[in-house]
Structures are given as C-alpha cells and as structure tokens.
Design a protein around this ligand. Structure first.
Ligand code: BV8
Ligand code: ZN
Length: 222
C-alpha cells in the first residue's frame, strides 16, 4: 500500500492549505515566497514566512488522520507514506516508512557548506547563520528547484508496484508529485482519494471519498 498526502491532511490541525481561501500568509502567495529567487532577493522576508510557520506548527497537534495512518502502517506488511507536506506532523505522529518529498521545514541547510541539521526553534531570527558563517535556509524544495533525485525515483518505483494507493488532501496541482497517482493507476493500482472537493484525479480513479481527512481516514482504517 502507498499513501500520498498533501496540505489537506494538516488542515484540521489548524495549518492553512496553500490554495484554501484562508491562504497561507498575509497577502503573499507561497509562490512569491517559496522560491530561490525570493530568498536571494529578500532572505529576511522568506525567513519571516518560515518562522511564522514554525511558530504555528509548534502550537498545534497532529490530528486523527495522521494517527490513523500510523495504525494502518503497523497493520500492513508493505506500506509507504509519501508526503508533500513540510510540517513534520507525520513524523511527530509516529509514521516510520515516510518519504518527505518536499523536505521538512524543521531541517535547515547551509547555503555555503551545505551541512544539514534539525533545528526545532520556533524563531530562527531573520538571517540565521551556520557555524561556517554561511546563510542557513529551510531544507525544503522551493518552486523551480529539483526534488531529491533518489526520493523521487523511490516514489515512482513504489507507485509502479503498489496494489493500492490512497491520496489524501492534495489538489494534485504541483509537479512532479501531481503525476504520481496516475502513474500508479496506469500500472494497475486501485486508487482512492479523500478530499473535501473534486481534484484532477477524481474523474480518473476508482473511488473518491468526499469529506474531511480527520473524519474519513480513521473510519477507513477501522
Ligand atoms: C520542479 C515546499 C523542475 C515549500 C512545495 C514555472 C516555473 C517553475 C516551475 C514550474 C513552472 N510551472 C510549473 C512548474 C513546476 C512547479 C509546479 O508544479 N508548479 C505548479 C504550481 C504549477 N513545480 C516545481 O517547481 C517543483 N520542481 O518542477 O523542478 C524544474 C526546475 C526549474 C524550472 C521548472 C521545473 C517543486 C515543487 C515543490 C514546491 N514546494 N513545498 C514549502 O511548503 O514551504 S509545494 C507545496 O505546495 C506543498 O509542499 C504542496 O506540495 C503544494 C501544495 O499542494 P497541496 O499539498 O495539494 O495543497 P493545496 O493547498 O494545493 O491543496 C489542499 C488540498 O486539500 C485541496 O485539494 C483541498 O480540497 C484539500 N483539503 C483541504 N482541507 C481538507 C482537504 N482534504 C481533506 N480534508 C480536509 N480537511
Ligand atoms: Zn555552513
């Protein structure tokens, strides 16, 4: 079994989605902030955005959907969870076989020596520096940046061999991840989605369960 999750699975924890009406941050679009160009032009603004998210996530809890996926993983012989989220909630809930395909905002990497490490501070200041003096950045995949090649390859392999794929809380609008569900479908997987609204997948997959991830996922797992 393979599960793919997006921002919708964290919505009931209180983290705004990227495309919801609540939007993510004041009147900036993530597309303006989650890019290497934005970071080069205005690192303080981009760090203010990520510190705002760190602060928000540190105050909220993972929800029944995250927890249900941990139970599902424990009850199946072969289970992989691929998340597009960078909030770290799946890890916090206890998911083990987890691929964080777009990185994790609790990990930072140095623009100079490329060292990566976890830093759980809720506010890293406007221009956090590495021990080597280089400017630190969130270790997430920004728009226009390539995904980690190994992780993407592993994700494609699993999509091609899984029997069942469950897609939860993603608008399937960000590539290359958006193409993964149909890759599984075209290789014979049974594909289901849980979402509060239709997505580009809805017309092409086996089952769409319309509802909130925090309510549906635990029922499905039971
Ligand atoms: C790449 C980390 C090669 C950052 C993220 C033009 C120029 C440059 C690139 C492009 C371009 N045109 C297209 C591209 C490619 C681009 C892309 O796909 N753009 C889209 C917008 C068209 N992709 C990339 O740039 C990727 N890299 O392609 O490299 C390359 C190199 C150079 C030039 C070109 C290509 C990198 C993509 C990764 C970006 N990083 N995150 C951070 O988060 O800080 S993506 C970020 O947005 C999230 O991680 C997530 O993946 C995505 C949001 O998607 P969702 O998770 O689906 O969330 P969304 O809000 O959209 O939807 C929520 C869903 O939940 C909805 O369906 C809603 O109905 C549902 N929902 C809500 N509540 C609930 C619910 N469901 C259930 N229960 C609920 N309660
Ligand atoms: Zn460094």
């Amino acid at each position: 079994m393979m599960v793919i999750t997006g921002a919708g699975i964290s919505a009931e924890s209180g983290i705004p989605t990227f495309r919801g009406q609540d939007g993510l941050w004041q009147n900036y679009s993530v597309m303006d902030l989650a890019t290497p160009q934005a970071f080069a032009a205005n690192p303080e603004l981009v760090w203010a955005f990520y510190n705002w998210r760190r602060n928000l996530i540190s105050q909220i809890k993972e929800n029944p959907a995250h927890q249900a996926l941990v139970i599902l993983e424990e009850s199946l012989p072969d289970f992989t969870l691929v998340t597009q989220n960078v909030d770290g909630l799946h890890q916090r809930a206890g998911s083990k076989n987890l691929i964080e395909i777009h990185g994790n905002l609790w990990r930072v990497k140095c623009s100079k020596c490329h060292q990566r490490y976890i830093d759980m501070s809720v506010d890293m200041g406007t221009l956090p520096l590495c021990k080597c003096g280089g400017l630190l950045r969130p270790d997430v995949v920004w728009f226009g940046e390539n995904l980690d090649h190994q992780l993407l390859q592993r994700t494609e392999e699993i999509a091609q061999k899984c029997d069942v794929l469950l897609v939860i809380g993603t608008s399937c609008s960000v590539y290359p991840m958006a193409a993964i569900p149909m890759l599984a479908k075209n290789r014979g997987a049974f594909v289901a989605e849980i979402n509060i609204e239709e997505t580009p997948l809805t017309a092409n997959i086996d089952i769409t369960i319309t509802g909130k991830a925090g309510e549906i996922t635990p029922l499905l797992v039971k």
